[in-house]
Design a binder for this molecule. Structure first.
Ligand SMILES: [Fe+2]
Length: 475
């Protein structure tokens, strides 16, 4: 393929004919047709605003249209005599990502969008291989569009959308915090519901935009409670029918207010529905099944989980087991089955329950009191009777078990064996007394994860429990 340039450099007709003669490729009739075709197409190609050029297999520019001068900011004559890798990529050899290179190698059309620092532009390059009669690739026609401004506009649009979403989140959090400020007992509940909702939504594989929407709904779900007096809200005793009516109106109160804000998500509707239940037993409208928005079903479960996990003035925080039991009881009856399954998975993942077994009540008291003061996120259940401890474990396996070795009934090693049999992921810490080191090898064989000696060092015990909980979560 010769490096003539009949679209842009005005060739002398005789030169072209002479050139073709020299090559001896075309007969006279074909030659005339080709010349006429080239002349006819010349203004057409130059009218195209994208670069169109013909590149040979050695990366030389064979022909090009006028747009090349604008995009490459060079004289068209210079472009027509140069190599495309130097003009586009600013280098003597084409880089690995060059679509021309791939088209030459595969014989297939290629498209790529490339940011070229050399030109300070973003180019969309489409390469169409040109083949001879035997199918051998001789070069390629390339169409190159300068998409720099479009991409900059898109980036700006993304930046503005993100800024808008952040503003919505900021305003939503501010309203939520203000609404909760009057009631210290439920402060943080909305953020807790938001965290559970977002985590469930993530497990579901929802998009980031949808997750922003569900978070806004969660943060504002109890906004309507602002209209309820603190006396009714925190009453531990029974409520009158009228007072119940006031409480049940809070989704509607919030809906009315939020309807006026044009969120990009159905926030008002979600808030309106967050107490609706699958079987129609919820309020305020008694919606059933598919009548309830899928995101509102997530809010409903997240609301219940966070409320139970938190201490309230009229009742202590519920244990993980109680929460799990409540969810399992309501699964597919009042709560969405899929949402419940994901919430249960998250509860197990963030399970920080520790079962402690020692026949000496004094040691158990010390451990219980220590964890209550040192880390309230760790939920310790203590047993002096190893048989009862095993029963509790069978009902709901714990992530971590701490057990004394020498105990009446089921001893520490037997307990370790049974625990690992029921739930192999559980980490077991063995406590040995003086002269009981001989049990270590057997305990290791049975799968013990750590050993501590009496008298117990509480700091060492806490560090060991933390490590075991992390390993359990990472399993
Ligand atoms: Fe509520």
């Amino acid at each position: 393929m010769s490096a003539c340039c009949f679209w842009t450099v005005p060739n002398d007709e005789k030169d072209v004919l002479e050139h073709m003669k020299t090559d001896g490729v075309y007969e006279s009739e074909k030659r005339d047709h080709l010349l006429l075709a080239a002349k006819a197409w010349h203004p057409g190609f130059d009218a195209v605003r994208d670069m169109v050029w013909l590149i040979d297999s050695e990366c030389r520019v064979a022909q090009t249209n006028l747009a090349a001068a604008n995009i490459l900011e060079t004289q068209i004559e210079a472009a027509a005599e140069d190599r495309c890798c130097r003009l586009i990529h600013g280098r003597e050899t084409p880089p690995d990502y060059c679509p021309h290179l791939r088209a030459m190698a595969t014989g297939e059309p290629q498209t790529a969008e490339i940011e070229e620092p050399h030109l300070g532009r973003t180019l969309k390059i489409s390469v169409f291989p040109v083949k001879d009669d035997q199918g051998k690739v001789m070069g390629a026609v390339e169409v190159i569009s300068d998409v720099t401004i479009q991409r900059e506009d898109q980036q700006e649009a993304i930046r503005l959308t993100e800024a808008l979403a952040q503003s919505f989140t900021g305003i939503t959090e501010a309203i939520s915090d203000l609404a909760e400020r009057r009631d210290p007992y439920t402060a943080g509940h909305s953020r807790g519901v938001a965290e559970w909702s977002v985590n469930i939504a993530r497990e579901m594989g929802m998009t980031e935009n949808d997750i922003h929407g569900i978070k806004a709904g969660a943060l504002l779900h109890d906004l309507g409670k602002i209209a309820i007096s603190a006396d009714i809200l925190n009453r531990s005793g029974p409520l009158s029918e009228n007072e119940w009516g006031i409480i049940k109106a809070h989704p509607w109160t919030a809906y009315e207010a939020l309807c006026r804000i044009h969120f990009p998500w159905p926030v008002a509707e979600l808030v309106y529905q967050h107490h609706e239940r699958l079987n129609g037993s919820g309020y305020p409208r008694g919606l059933k099944g598919d009548e309830i928005h899928p995101w509102a079903r997530i809010l409903g479960v997240a609301d219940v989980v966070d409320a139970m996990i938190t201490h309230r003035p009229y009742r202590p925080a519920r244990s993980k087991k109680e929460i799990m039991d409540e969810l399992k009881r309501g699964r597919d009856k009042i709560y969405d089955a899929n949402v419940v399954d994901l919430a249960l998975r998250l509860l197990v993942k963030t399970d920080r329950r520790v079962l402690v077994v020692d026949d000496e009540p004094g040691i158990l008291d010390v451990i219980l009191q220590f964890f209550q003061l040192a880390d309230s996120s760790i939920e310790v259940q203590a047993f002096t009777d190893s048989c009862k401890a095993l029963q509790a474990f069978e009902e709901q396996p714990f992530p971590v078990v701490i057990t004394d070795v020498n105990m009446p009934g089921i001893n520490g090693l037997e307990l370790l064996r049974r625990v690992r049999e029921i739930h192999p992921a559980t980490r077991v810490i063995i406590i040995t007394g003086l002269g009981e080191k001989k049990y270590t090898v057997e305990a290791l064989r049975l799968g013990a994860s750590d050993f501590l000696e009496k008298p117990l060092q509480m700091k060492a015990l806490k560090a060991s429990v933390e490590t075991m909980l992390t390993r359990y979560e990472e399993r």
